[in-house]
Ligand binder design. Structure first.
Ligand SMILES: C[S@@+](CC[C@H](N)C(=O)[O-])C[C@H]1O[C@@H](n2cnc3c(N)ncnc32)[C@H](O)[C@@H]1O
Length: 313
């Protein structure tokens, strides 16, 4: 309990660098790198647990292409009694696999969904039926949409179609940091920021009405100039969110890999990690990743507003 008060509460695990899709904005895939096996992931999770990590988002590459995905979820949920969250492109998802994930103790399930009109690779609306099925098994379900030049006009429609089925709607603005996660090319970025601002307004209203909009109030009200200029910098002294590479190395964020294996240090105060993280953050020109921004920026008033919405609904 004490470590969970001091350490980072969440970690993102790149359990594989392999993927069966090729998204134009994503560089996370490195198929030649060997992934740790499930026993090695169990040791990593145990170490992260001792540092205070309670919520584990399982990502990649495509996590569902691993046959032992159920063992990893079971270790988090049943063996350690922690919270597993799986993010998938859903291209190979079936009801049977959802049954197995549910038996393994999956808590949150997120499907990437960039369009409902066949634009790009993640545009199959039938994933909403599968998410509804997962909901019936008491798994909390959401979609996540990367907002970019080609889908901006249909985003409000996607938001309504997702939430009217009782599924949580989440977004990420297309990033172009040019590290190991995103492309360096900003071509896909929405040029007309008034469209983004207008949509954020709609999201705020819908969040109050339904409670099914995932981004925090702080994020929905933040200054979009940070996205325009990609100028947000995470604080290097604080580990609000950890990322682990498929070979067990610590990553200050999903764009950069350190040389330090999680099992090589006892805790996050180790000067080797602190120094390497500070150097990487120093070198980075900036980004505006919502996941990091929201974990670093938690405002008490926003939490109160969420509580109010929960009670009201
Ligand atoms: C890398 S994927 C891994 C999980 C799974 N393969 C999937 O597609 O959901 C995790 C999330 O990152 C998003 N993503 C990838 N590249 C991005 C970028 N350049 N900017 C914003 N989000 C990005 C994906 O769309 C997906 O929602």
């Amino acid at each position: 309990m004490i470590s969970s008060l001091t350490g980072p509460l969440s970690a993102s695990l790149f359990i594989t660098r392999k993927c069966n899709l090729s998204c134009p904005y994503c560089r996370a895939v490195q198929p030649n790198r060997k992934d740790l096996d499930s026993a090695e992931w169990a040791s990593i999770i145990d170490r992260l647990h001792s540092w205070g990590v309670r919520l584990y988002s399982i990502t990649g590459g495509e996590p569902m292409i691993r046959k032992d995905i159920y063992d990893i979820v079971t270790h988090i949920s049943k063996t350690r009694r922690l919270i597993p969250w799986l993010i998938s492109n859903f291209s190979t998802m079936t009801k049977n696999k959802i049954d197995r994930l549910s038996d393994a103790g999956l808590f949150f399930l997120t499907a990437s969904l960039d369009s409902l009109s066949d634009i790009g690779v993640k545009s199959d609306g039938s994933i909403l039926d599968l998410l509804e099925y997962a909901k019936s098994k008491n798994i909390i379900c959401s979609t996540i949409t990367v907002i970019h030049r080609d889908n901006i006009h249909e985003i409000p429609d996607i938001m309504h179609k997702v939430t009217e089925r009782g599924i949580v709607f989440d977004i990420g603005f297309f990033q172009h940091v040019g590290g190991l996660f995103s492309t360096p090319d900003s071509d896909l970025k929405v040029k007309d920021f008034s469209l983004l601002e207008d949509f954020r307004k709609q999201m705020r209203k819908h969040k109050l009405e339904t409670g099914l909009i995932a981004p925090s109030w702080g994020y929905l009200n933040s200054d979009l100039k940070m996205y325009q200029e990609m100028s947000w910098k995470c604080p290097s002294a604080k580990d609000a969110f950890l990322v682990i590479n498929n070979d067990g190395r610590l990553m200050p964020c999903q764009e950069y890999i350190s040389n330090i294996n999680v099992l090589a240090i006892e805790n996050l105060n180790d000067p080797i990690w602190r120094r390497e993280k500070a150097e990487i953050v120093n070198r980075c020109a900036g980004c505006y990743y919502g996941c990091y921004y929201q974990k670093v920026t938690v405002r008490p008033l926003d939490v109160l507003l969420d509580l109010y919405t929960m009670v009201k609904l």
